[in-house]
Design a protein around this ligand. Structure first.
Ligand code: SF4
Length: 510
């Protein structure tokens, strides 16, 4: 739903169907000043004079490395009369820090947010930083949605009963249509539905180079009546960055070898292929506008504003004069053996398998013990509630649960079991980011961002366990709430029957 108040350049453009919204991504580096930052600020000054870019987005510790906080640069950019779009990632902050930073953003009038999980934290001071991921993106969108309303936030914290003034954030989310496997792609779209139902106001795609996949995302949104503004990412890489992406070293980025070969040929020209890269970007912008996107999110490295102005000029003239089918063909770089959801956008491959035998056994045991209609439900409930009142019995019961679930599910005793929501695989031990509402965007060819070529993405395994079930019920709304850390180490079976786990929270939204 469109946010209610305070029209500004970005939101006005975004919700005006006659306008094609252009944003550009800035990437501050490590440190509080220096040439890189000066370059960013001079880009912003020129963008302000030009007026075609409606918001400058600012990344939040991209690649999992420490960098200047986006709010700091956002305040400077805002003082120049431009709209900042603050990337708000969850890899480095727990829920309280997230809420605190939302207050900070609101205090400074930084109301445009792009909510994302973020890349897995990498090296920092004395080694690799701790991955936090206390919330995932749908859960943060829910929190932002709560802050947009006036009721008190609830929870056992001082001041929780006091209504907060409404905070009119404009919150976007991201989605990747550029997954090569059905098992990867299905959950990306499922999570998009979850993000939309959690309160996202606009959507930005992952960067890619397969035009049929850009088209597929539009088809999917239309099929699921997602009417939010949808921006397509258009990335103009330097040769060096293209090589890094092509080697699969950037999480979630699929860089086609056919494009890499073309760029290597272009690099033999006197300008080292720069104009060709900008023209390709211009053709992509024109093709995506023609396809029906509400705008584009531009990005790239070593780009001055004059280069972007050249790209935008070219895109306008291409859109006015060229044969768009031909243009689309020129910028289409599909990856062989990719799965496509719709026959219109490409070829459909991969066929769903049947649920695994293990899945069916687990489901039968689960349903009989934990569904009110289950055979042993009354007995399981009675025993669980009884031992809950006796310390010694509770300890023994918890120990037995720990033994069984560690043996069969690599359980981490979080105390709030979501095995049934992920095909009886444990996200606490199976996913390095502990994603419970669907995958992050970092997988590549089905492999986990954190263990490339080594471990399949947890959600790919979830899909393989029960493919038919996930194809049939894509929508996952509302999202599972975040873990209550006070339950860590306790019995999830008792917590379920005593109404302390997420099943209670789902029916009692805070
Ligand atoms: S298992 Fe999947 S969802 Fe989890 S971190 Fe790896 S790629 Fe992301």
């Amino acid at each position: 739903m469109e946010p209610s108040q305070a029209p500004d350049i970005f939101r006005t453009s975004l919700f005006n169907p006659q306008e094609f919204t252009i944003t550009f991504e800035l990437v501050p580096g490590r440190g509080s000043g220096g040439k890189r930052l000066e370059g960013i600020l001079s880009f912003a000054e020129e963008a302000k004079k030009d007026g075609r870019i409606k918001a400058l987005s600012i990344t939040d510790n991209p690649g999992g490395h420490p960098a200047l906080a986006p709010t700091s640069l956002g305040i400077e950019i805002q003082s120049m009369g431009l709209e900042p779009l603050i990337h708000f990632s969850l890899k480095d902050k727990n829920r309280n820090m997230a809420e605190s930073q939302l207050f900070e953003c609101h205090r400074h009038g930084l109301l445009n947010l792009l909510v994302l999980g973020g890349d897995y934290p990498r090296h920092g001071f004395h080694g690799q930083a701790m991955p936090v991921f206390d919330l995932d993106s749908p859960q943060l969108l829910r929190l932002i949605d709560r802050l947009r309303q006036t009721p008190p936030l609830g929870g056992n914290v001082p001041g929780c009963v006091m209504p907060l003034p409404s905070m009119d954030f404009l919150a976007g989310c991201v989605v990747s249509p550029f997954k090569t496997m059905q098992s990867e792609q299905i959950f990306q779209y499922a999570k998009l539905l979850t993000k939309v139902c959690s309160g996202a106001h606009f959507v930005i795609s992952q960067l890619g180079f397969d035009m049929a996949k850009y088209q597929e995302l539009l088809f999917f949104c239309r099929q699921h009546t997602i009417t939010l503004p949808l921006l397509a990412s258009v990335f103009i890489p330097s040769m060096k960055v293209a090589e890094i992406m092509c080697q699969g070293q950037v999480p979630g980025i699929l860089f086609p070898e056919s494009l890499m070969r073309l760029m290597q040929e272009e690099a033999t020209s006197p300008d080292k292929g720069e104009e060709a890269r900008l023209l390709r970007g211009a053709r992509m912008v024109a093709a995506l506008k023609h396809m029906g996107y509400a705008g584009v999110h531009l990005g790239g490295n070593n780009l001055t504003f004059s280069k972007i102005a050249f790209l935008l000029d070219q895109a306008e003239s291409i859109a006015a004069t060229a044969n768009m089918e031909e243009i689309r063909h020129q910028v289409n770089f599909p990856t062989p053996s990719t799965w496509y959801m719709f026959p219109e956008s490409g070829q459909q491959r991969d066929t769903p398998h049947k649920p695994s035998a293990l899945f069916r056994i687990n489901q039968q045991i689960h349903d009989s013990a934990f569904l009110p209609t289950g055979l042993i439900f009354p007995l399981a409930k009675k025993i669980s509630l009884k031992v809950d009142h006796n310390k010694q019995a509770r300890r023994l019961y918890t120990f037995c649960e720990h033994l069984i679930k560690t043996l069969f599910f690599h359980c981490r005793m979080c105390g709030d079991c979501t095995l049934a929501e992920s095909s009886y695989l444990c996200p606490q031990s199976g996913c390095p980011k502990r994603m419970i509402n669907g995958p992050c965007g970092g997988s590549l060819h089905g492999f986990c961002e954190v263990y490339p070529q080594e471990r399949l993405c947890f959600w790919v395994r979830v899909y393989h366990n029960n493919p038919a079930g996930h194809l049939g019920s894509l929508s996952h709304c509302p999202p599972l709430p975040p873990k209550d850390w006070s339950l860590q180490g306790s019995s999830s079976w008792i917590n379920y029957f005593a109404g302390r786990d997420h099943n209670k929270l789902l029916s009692d939204p805070q």
